[in-house]
Design a protein around this ligand. Sequence first.
Ligand SMILES: C[S@@+](CC[C@H](N)C(=O)[O-])C[C@H]1O[C@@H](n2cnc3c(N)ncnc32)[C@H](O)[C@@H]1O
Length: 269
Amino acid sequence: MREIFYEKGLAVEFYDRLYPGHLAGTPVVGDVHFYLAQARRMGGPVLELGVGTGRVALPLAAAGHRVTGVDLSRWMLEACARKAALAGLGGRITLVRSDMAKLALGERRFPLAIIPFRAFQHLLTPAAQQACLTGVRRHLRKGGRLVVDLFNPRLEYCLPEYRQAGGSGARTETYPDRVHGRTLEVRYLTRTNDAHRQVLREVWEFRVYGRKFKLLRRQRDTLHLRWTYQWEMHHLLERCGFRVRHCFGDFRGGPVRYGAEQVWVAEKR
Ligand SMILES: C[S@@+](CC[C@H](N)C(=O)[O-])C[C@H]1O[C@@H](n2cnc3c(N)ncnc32)[C@H](O)[C@@H]1O
């Protein structure tokens, strides 16, 4: 089955509807303001890994920062480039198609690198995680900063026998698209956990309905993410040449809490 975001289709088209701007009502709320404050403090240019459709990169560019955005998905990058051009910000955003675990940006050095909205969790092995962190460090200036956001795993969701609420496994979200007279629907069908590798696999189904609820398009994708425990991440950062400055539980600077976020702020040693 297709892996989400990496191929052309509904997951990419839906992204900005599912995850608009500031992600109100989610544990990640306020992240854009947090990254803007970090960029004000550290200065630009900013390196963003897993830039996606530019949810964070565009506000950074609008605030006057130059941004280099890396993503593995050609389709997410195309969406980002289109939005940047429409907003007149194309000149401030450089997009690079690359695996974040294989960064090779030549001699470019940044005062700030960010990996927002759990993009780091798409790296499914400790070796890929280390390769990413070592690569980022190489592209940071002396004293440069890395901010990474992960979810803080709730263990009951990570059990091998976990089933989504409701028993059947399905959860559905619906998004009316009044401009085009369509309805978008996302069904979270199943989640299976590999508790040994710390990798979850979810199957999402995207549907587009026209008038009278006529099904127009349908697509299924898988999402694999690796969960990483707080002290595992702490050691990983230290091992890869960073000094941990903070780990917050949210983007307001609150304490780490079980089941919330892990917002890491680390400095190049
Ligand atoms: C949840 S989205 C985050 C997008 C954006 N940063 C945001 O906050 O809205 C994760 C992004 O990471 C990208 N991605 C996943 N694995 C990657 C990898 N190994 N290297 C680079 N990008 C990757 C996906 O293509 C997707 O665009």
